[in-house]
Design a protein around this ligand. Structure first.
Ligand SMILES: CC(C)(COP(=O)(O)OP(=O)(O)OC[C@H]1O[C@@H](n2cnc3c(N)ncnc32)[C@H](O)[C@@H]1OP(=O)(O)O)[C@@H](O)C(=O)NCCC(=O)NCCS
Length: 210
């Protein structure tokens, strides 16, 4: 049993302890194993986290329970910053993927950089995806999944942005059918289309702020 009132929500800004970086790297690799980030070395993941917590456009949110990080999420106020903010890391990530022969991942990155990946969307949704908040990564430690922690986390993130009035929609993307069910059934999102990816397209979901 988890005591929800003891869960602490925070936005990490500026600095992060090495022990927290290690814990986040563990969560990324374990729970978001399909992501490009999860396939990188620990040093690259640490550098990535440093960029996020220093950025004006990206945010790192965490949930702690008994002082341990049990969930994290990364958002970008517009998806373009997920590329532009990592200028210095791009080459490192590119070569690590090349050395590992991750050709499909490199092609998918090219689709994204060249904006080819949004061709399956109608004009209205294309603008929506480009101009609104992107929930890039989210994970709850498997020990705590299916206990309402993920929906509580999304609720806190929604409240954070609702207060700022910076965005009308929150957009997220996933391949995972269980995650789609989570967003649709527990978090009030709806499916709006697909992003072109090899070998399987990504599902795009939106949440509209009232
Ligand atoms: C998706 C996720 C954040 C949901 O967090 P959670 O704490 O399990 O969420 P809640 O307890 O509020 O809701 C549970 C629902 O989420 C879905 N879910 C549960 N485990 C899941 C998993 N491993 N992966 C995806 N969805 C899951 C199910 O629909 C579940 O409903 P159920 O408990 O009635 O079966 C979490 O399961 C997770 O970290 N999954 C792995 C990473 C991931 O898929 N991230 C999303 C894409 S970036």
């Amino acid at each position: 049993m988890i005591e929800k009132e003891k869960i602490k929500f925070s936005l990490i800004i500026g600095d992060l302890l090495d022990s927290d970086k290690k814990r986040l790297s563990e969560l990324i690799r374990k729970e978001n194993s399909q992501s490009i980030l999860a396939k990188q070395s620990e040093n690259i993941i640490f550098d990535y986290l440093d960029v996020v917590i220093k950025s004006n456009y990206l945010k790192l949110f965490c949930l702690r329970y008994n002082n341990e990080i049990i969930a994290y999420a990364i958002t970008s106020i517009k998806p373009k910053y997920l590329i532009s903010e990592f200028q210095n890391l791009k080459a490192k990530i590119f070569f690590s993927l090349l050395l590992d022969f991750k050709i499909t991942t490199l092609l998918n990155i090219m689709f994204s950089i060249l904006n080819i990946d949004l061709i399956l969307l109608n004009k209205q949704n294309l603008i929506k995806v480009r101009e609104n908040l992107n929930l890039n990564l989210i994970a709850v430690d498997s020990k705590y999944q299916s206990k309402g922690v993920g929906s509580l986390f999304i609720q806190k993130i929604k409240s954070h942005y609702k207060e700022l009035e910076e965005t009308k929609y929150m957009i997220c993307e996933t391949y995972d059918q269980r995650a789609i069910k989570f967003y649709l059934d527990k978090c009030g999102f709806k499916l709006i289309g697909k992003k072109l990816r090899i070998p399987k397209n990504l599902h795009i979901l939106e949440y509209e702020f009232e």
